[in-house]
Design a protein around this ligand. Structure first.
Ligand code: HEC
Length: 457
């Protein structure tokens, strides 16, 4: 029920109320047990009552919140039942306050304070993560809490300069294995700190051989943890992400000097690298990878005066997107020469419905970094396509409603990166498509006609 979920959301705010009231109650209780006749004694019972009431309401909201799920199961177990114990304890303190020995009762009150602190701490852990309270604490507190710095991963920005072994794999082994397999101690004859020794292996020979599944190193960390041979035999086992990274490294041939960028990264590894190290390894598109100098504002202004629209494609990318503004007195065929000045900086060009003629394609052909070209609805013929042969990065070409025919397929095959070709309402048909597909299987030919579904009769 939605309304109960909603009530649950109030839990983190509501809990402060009983904690405050009950702590005051317990402190008053403690003082009044030691100083008979103290004025504050009169309110102790009332404070416990309101503390109990507030605790019960907060616990109910907490129960509703827990039903939404998403919390770690053992922490929530302790938090929940300790919380309920606090409700009961405050009830007991309220009811029995008058009759039972004051000293015993005030000790119960002290127990209540500690219980409240512990419950609150467990709750905080669930919302903020385990190390929230020690992360920025002075060193002696960190020691007390046996907080390991190593649980926080470094941030890597660049897959080209991040090394798979030195930056990713070695720190994992260092943290989880070096206590027993290092220059100082070589349990099982295995030293993982010294690379040469590591590759040589342990007393039973190589621990890295072939792929992950054939390597002793990987077998030992993926055994049943109850097994005698499971590694590490004590201390923290490798996490799921660490095992996956190790597997990926071994399956890639266990390189010790390669960068992340030089390896294939399957989707699951991409997401582990991203969440653990904020390392983005998704393949970049051509215009993301390629850097060009910015077109100056002055040049942009000049180009605009020649009837074009021009803007950078993104804040952090200097490539430009150029179009035609359809200024009455100007013809695109007369003005297009101005674009030669910035030819290699144009990634997207849109000259659809501008009466563009074949001759203008001489200029378009010099735009070597062009990725998307729209020239639909123009009197363009097969001859124009010849001039596009140097556009090695062109991915999308719109020739809808032009005068092209199957003949231009012979030139289109030069556009090695072409992924989308729009040919609706042209004479480009069956024959051209077949020829193009044979040379560039990736191409999707989009038009009234599709290769795989011949018209039914
Ligand atoms: C607490 C000490 C300890 C830790 C930590 C530890 N090991 Fe071991 N390791 C041993 C002992 C003892 C042996 C020898 C007995 C055996 O082979 O099971 C051994 C043997 C091995 C061997 C077999 C070597 C051979 O040639 O027989 C491999 C592989 C291995 N460990 C991998 C690991 C990995 C990977 C880690 C970290 C995830 C790790 N160990 C962490 C104690 C440890």
């Amino acid at each position: 029920m939605d309304i109960l979920n909603w009530v649950g959301r109030f839990h983190p705010a509501l809990v402060h109320l009983p904690i405050g009231i009950l702590i005051i109650a317990a402190v008053f209780h403690w003082i009044s047990a030691r100083r008979p006749g103290w004025k504050g004694t009169a309110v102790v019972s009332t404070l416990y009552f309101f503390g109990f009431l507030a605790a019960a309401v907060a616990a109910f909201a907490g129960w509703m919140l827990a039903k939404e799920g998403g919390y770690q199961s053992d922490t929530i177990f302790w938090h929940r039942w300790l919380g309920i114990l606090m409700v009961i304890l405050s009830f007991v303190l309220w009811r029995l306050n008058r009759n039972t020995s004051r000293i015993t009762m005030s000790w119960l009150g002290v127990g209540l304070i500690f219980g409240l602190l512990l419950v609150g701490h467990l709750g905080g852990e669930m919302t903020h993560g385990e190390n929230y309270m020690v992360e920025n604490a002075p060193n002696f507190v960190k020691k007390l809490a046996s907080y390991e710095e190593g649980t926080h991963y470094p941030v890597y920005n660049d897959p080209d300069s991040t090394l798979v072994y030195a930056d990713i794999i070695m720190p994992i082994l260092e943290k989880k294995c070096w206590t027993c397999h290092s220059n100082n101690i070589t349990k099982g004859g295995l030293n993982m700190e010294d690379l040469e020794a590591f590759l040589k292996g342990g007393k039973n020979g190589k621990v890295i051989e072939g792929t992950a599944t054939s390597s002793e190193l990987f077998k030992r960390v993926t055994l049943d943890p109850e097994s005698k041979k499971f590694m590490p035999p004590k201390g923290n086992a490798l996490s799921y992400g660490e095992i996956k990274l190790l597997e990926w490294w071994l399956d890639s041939g266990a390189p010790t000097d390669k960068s992340i960028a030089s390896l294939e990264t399957p989707a699951n590894i991409q997401s582990i690298l991203l969440s653990r190290y904020q390392l983005d390894t998704k393949p970049k598109s051509y215009i993301e990878k390629t850097k060009v100098d910015a077109v100056t504002e002055e040049t942009m202004e000049k180009i605009r005066q020649h009837g074009f629209s021009i803007r950078q494609i993104a804040m952090n990318n200097n490539f430009v997107d150029v179009g035609w503004r359809d200024v009455d007195s100007l013809s695109v065929n007369n003005e297009i020469g101005i674009l030669e000045e910035i030819a290699d900086k144009i990634a997207w060009l849109d000259l659809g419905s501008t009466n563009l003629d074949d001759a203008s394609f001489k200029v378009i052909g010099t735009m070597k970094n062009l990725v998307r070209l729209k020239v639909e609805d123009n009197p363009v013929t097969d001859a124009a396509i010849k001039d596009l042969s140097d556009l090695k990065h062109l991915e999308s070409l719109n020739l809808y409603k032009t005068k092209i025919t199957d003949i231009c397929a012979a030139d289109l095959v030069n556009l090695k990166e072409l992924k989308k070709l729009f040919i609706w309402q042209t004479e480009f048909g069956d024959e051209g498509s077949t020829q193009l597909k044979a040379a560039l299987p990736k191409v999707e030919v989009i038009g009234g006609y599709t290769l795989n579904t011949p018209p039914s009769d």
